[in-house]
Every structure is written in structure tokens, then in C-alpha cells.
Design a protein around this ligand. Sequence first.
Ligand code: ARG
Ligand code: GLU
Length: 709
Amino acid sequence: MTKQIAFSFLLFILPFASGAREGMWIPTLLEQNIAEMQAMGFELTEEDIYSVNQSSMKDAIVHFGGGCTGELISAEGLLVTNYHCGYSEIQSHSSVENDYLTNGFWASSRNEELPNKGLSVTFLISIEDVTDKVLDGTGKLASPASVDSLVAINMEIIKRDAKEKSGYDANIKPFYEGNQFYLFLTETFTDVRLVGAPPSSIGKFGGDTDNWVWPRHTGDFSLFRIYAGKDNKPANYSPENIPYAPRSFFPIDITGIEEGDFTMVFGYPGTTQQYLPSHEVKIILEDTDPDRVAIRDIKLDILERHMEKDDETRIKYAAKHASTSNSWKKWQGEIIGLKRLKTIESKKEEEKEFAQWVASDTIRNEKFGNILPGFDSLYPIFTPISKAYTYYLECIYRGTDVFRNFQFAEKVGSMASTQQEVTMANIEDLFKDYSKEVDCEVFVKLTSKYFEDLPNLANTPPFAGIISQKDVEKKLRNLYMKSFLCDKKSMLAMAANPSSAKTKQKKEADELYRLLEALKQNFSSITNIEYWDVKQQLNALQKRYVNALLELNLGKQMYPDANSTLRVSYGKVEGFEPRNGVKFRHYTTIDGIAEKAALGIDDYHIDTKLQELITKKDFGRYVATDGTLPVCFTASNHTTGGNSGSPVINAKGHLVGINFDRCWEGTMSDIDFDPEKCRNISLDMRYMLFIIEKYAGSSHLMSEMKIIE
Ligand code: ARG
Ligand code: GLU
């Protein structure tokens, strides 16, 4: 078998199948989908997608940095993912003097490729269903807690044996809410270097204005290279390492895509929640999403004001801002979509049918009869605690930078002295992308909001003193500005002498430290315990609910929720009708970039170099039949967060796009998928290659790739 993807040209003449296809399928179980995929145009077999005996597409795909997907595009370890997936690496190499965010970065030789501390990529070696082994012996156990602990023991043994036998890393993940278990053998590389990235004005073109929205014109890609030891095995960073030779890589097809073409997305979708009861959807729609949006409104407003004023702050907060605003915008789309689809109502209908199905059989009734009543009685208890949980997460825990400093200071005394160096490095990291002025404002506003919207807290002793103050904000500001937690030198001094009496005193005397400690304790003693207690009961019910749904759907296809494992989605290149009277075409071209740039807003700013290329219309071999250059396209593949960077593959198994977003009207697809409106958005490979060749002049990279013309 050569190092490329295997092709076998099986031509099926089957009736037209509809495009949009809900589902994220496990690659080892594709025999249930392959006939439909082929009917939709796919020319290969399931063995070409996933095989343990020969190299297959899965060998060209990595889980990138744990949260995105990437794919190999050369025999020498060259990897492509989204610009936004490499964003924090690109940012971390950037400074006001070397502003790669603004100017882009292109290594002109291998020596210039930049190593990235903390970045890793993981290949999947094999998947095995180990449900029986994991559940072995649990049938005899009565309590869910004893089942859970035996399951945990079984998993440890299976993983240890698998690792010993194979030499690969072994991990087990629950599927269908813990009704099935799969073992994953993986191989992780940690020497991954930055090779190239366009400037933000290309890689993030459209910024937050266009994020989650079609029509789109973003050149959302960045290039990395995996390095390995001399034996082609994972090795820690070393200048001696050599480019990794993958088992497989994707040829890039620039012959063009047409509406109706088969497409497949193969990557690492993170989380979906397709089997939630109506109660939980109600919480998301009425509380969680609106609360998170309102809290982030405040935070984003502060970040943006400061980022606009000052270049250093702009760079420091670039990645934090992008990730805060990304979900903020998505949740707003999700609210609209769930309302439009009337998801709560349709879930209630399904639950009615489910109840009838359960009631119609005595054994079934015994097994499943108490599931829905269980939801009915637990959710009224869960709803207010869930709200407090959301507030704590958004306002305190991940709301402010200083909370991380606090957590660090809290545990520093208990760290072993051998960790001293790590500790110092961690403090440097805490302060690297931090501005006292910015974070103080975020802290003041979010903490006030926390107290304001959860009024019960105001009566709790440690807070009463603060909240009863006339000017809460001023008080909060004062205690923040005085704190050692916001001062790198003091933090370093504390870490150098963590267990001294002076350090203890310092913590006790610091009002911010004490406030954060009280907030954390209050949260863990009240909300957290209740939260996890009720949540555990709900999880146990949810597991039984999905178990029942599996029985109800026996013989029919029912895909498991996304759980950051490798999945296949398939659909077609197609546009859609977002609203009555509006039809979206399935692709955009470079003319749209010029059109948007002319509007003069920041998110649509382009540099003169791109401007000139657009005017010259020198698109080389990437030009489409209509004389223009395609930029992005939409297709009906079911995707979610984590699918960013995933290869979009055509009928022949070649790379035609890189997935990077979903359309606004379909952002509720994590909970409710609508085949009419849910579309994934991808970068057309022709635009990427045009940027690499014509804009960056990095044609040396082109010679590594296999281009199908
Ligand atoms: N919405 C896409 C995703 O969920 C892209 C995010 C990056 N782009 C941005 N403008 N923040 O990750
Ligand atoms: N941009 C998302 C990501 O980072 C993909 C878009 C989506 O959520 O579908 O994975």
C-alpha cells in the first residue's frame, strides 16, 4: 500500500438520496451508512476510510491540540488546520515588533519553523468496542454507585492491558451516555512546529461580524509540521528531530466542486446533546444561554474598549477575546434556532410517544416507567442550582484572569519543592497575556453582577460586608488594585517561599484573596455539592433514557452524541434558504472580499498585497470556470465545535475543503438538527493554495503537496 489514500472506483447507480444527513458516525461502524454514502456519490469503501490492516484516511487525520482537527497534506508531516485553531500559537510568537497576527508568518525553510510548547497532535491507531468487558460483573450490582466503581476498575485494567500489549496510549470513552464503551489506541506527537499563517486580515477576515454567518470569505487556515525522532516515533522537541512520515496524507483536489457533490467531514466533533429531555432544553433556552450571553456582553465590551486603545493589549487579549466571543455569538444563534424549531414542544411530543411505548408493555414499564417521572421531579430542583452554577462559571471561575492567579496561589504552598521551576514558569504564563487595568474592570463588573443577580448571596456573612457598601464597585476596585495576586513580583516572591509564615500572613491580609476564597468556598459548599448531587441523579436517569431509546430504535440507525472522538459526517455541497424569500448560493468568491473591504469596517480590512492580487485577477491554476476565485462553500454535513480544521473530502477521497464554521441559522444543531437549515462552512482549497503560492510566495510548500488538477 502506498502512502496515499487508497482509491477503489466502485460506481453505484442508485436513486438520488436527499442531501442533508444528520449524524456523526463511528468510523468502525460505517457498514450501516456506506450504501447511502455511495448512493450520494461516494466512490470508495468503508475500508478506505478506516482500516487497521492497511493505511486509510484516518491515518491522515489528527486531533489537533485537543480541541480541533488537522490533516496531513504531505509525506513530510505537513499539516493543515484552521487559522483560528492555530491562533493562540500564532499569537504567542507575536509581539509588537514581530506582529505575526497583523503580518502573517511564513517559514522560508525548515529551520525557521517555530516550535510550540504545549501543543500536541494525536493520531488514532484503532477503535474497539469493549462494552462487554467494561460492564463485566455489573449486572449483579444494585446501586448505580457500585456499578460506576466497577466500571472504573474494569476500564483501568483494559487500558493497562491494551497499552502493555500494543505500546500505544489507550483510552476508553463512554458512548450513548455510558451504555456503550470503546477503546481507543492513539499515538501523540509533541514536536509540532508552525510553518505558515496568513495575516489576521485573511485568516480571520470578517472577524466577529461574519463569525457563524454565511456568506463568508475567511481564509481560515494555518500550516504546521509534525516532527518525530529518527525512528519516526513521537519525541519531545529537539533540533535533531526530523519531519514525520505519515502512513497516509490527503491529495488536494482543485478541479472544483459543484452543487450536489458528495462531501464527507472526518474529524473530532466535541459535544452534542441530541437526546436531552424537554426540561433540559428549557433550561438551556430560558436560562443558561441568555445568562451566559448577558455576562459575556459585559466582558466583551470591556475587552474591546481596551484592545482598541492599545496594541499591546490587542495582542495580549486576542485569543481570549476570540474564544469568549465565539461561544457568546453561537449561543445567541442557538436561542433563535431552538425557538424557531419549537424544540421544547417537539421534545414533549416525543416524550408523550415514549411514555405510551413504555406503558404498552409490563416489562418495559417496570424497566423504564420511572424515567420521565424522575425528570419531572428532579428538574424543578435542578433549575435554580444550574443557574447559580452558570453564574459562578461565567462571572468568577472563567470570568476573570485573576481567579486563575488565585487558584495558583492557593495551591502553591502544597506543591513539592521539586516543582519550584515549574511554578515560576507558570507564574510567567499567568502574566503573559494579562493586563491589570483590563482584568480589574472585568472583575469589578462581573463580580457586581454576580452579587446583583444572585441576591441570596448578599446575606451570606463573608459577602455582606462588601455588598452592603454604598459603592460596591469602588470597594471591589480598591481591593483588586491592592492585591498581591495581580502583581507578578509579589507572586514570584510568594512562590519562592511558599510555606513561610509570611506567605500565609500575606494571603490572610489580602482582601481580594479572601473574597475569592470565600466565593469559591461558598460555591463548593452550597451550589457545587447540590449541583453534583442532583446532576448525578439526572445523569443516571439520562443513561437509562438513552438505553430505552436504543431499545425503542432497535434496527434503526441512532448515532451517539459527539464526545471528541473521530467521526464521519456526510452530506452534499448545497446552499439553503435561511429565511422566507432568501436563497443562499453554496459558494463565495474573491469578489466578495473586495465588496466587503469597500465597506470600510475594521473586520473587513485587507492589506494592499491582497488588494493588488484581487485587482490583477491573477488566480493561476486556481481560477474557476467563471473566471473568478472561489473562497468558501457550504455543505450539509453535521458538524460541531472540534470539527474545525476537519478535512472536507470529495467522492474520490481527496481534500476539497477545510471545515471551519456553521451557518447562523443552524447553530442549534448540537441539540436539534434541521436538514433544511443546517450547513457547515468550509474554506475552498483553491483559495488556500492561492494564498500560499501567490500571496505568501511559499511555493516550496506546494512541491510537497499532491495536487489533483
Ligand atoms: N465559529 C467558528 C468556531 O466555532 C470560528 C471561530 C473563530 N473565528 C472568530 N471570528 N472568532 O470555532
Ligand atoms: N469553529 C468551530 C470549531 O472551532 C466549528 C464550528 C462549529 O461549531 O461547527 O470547531
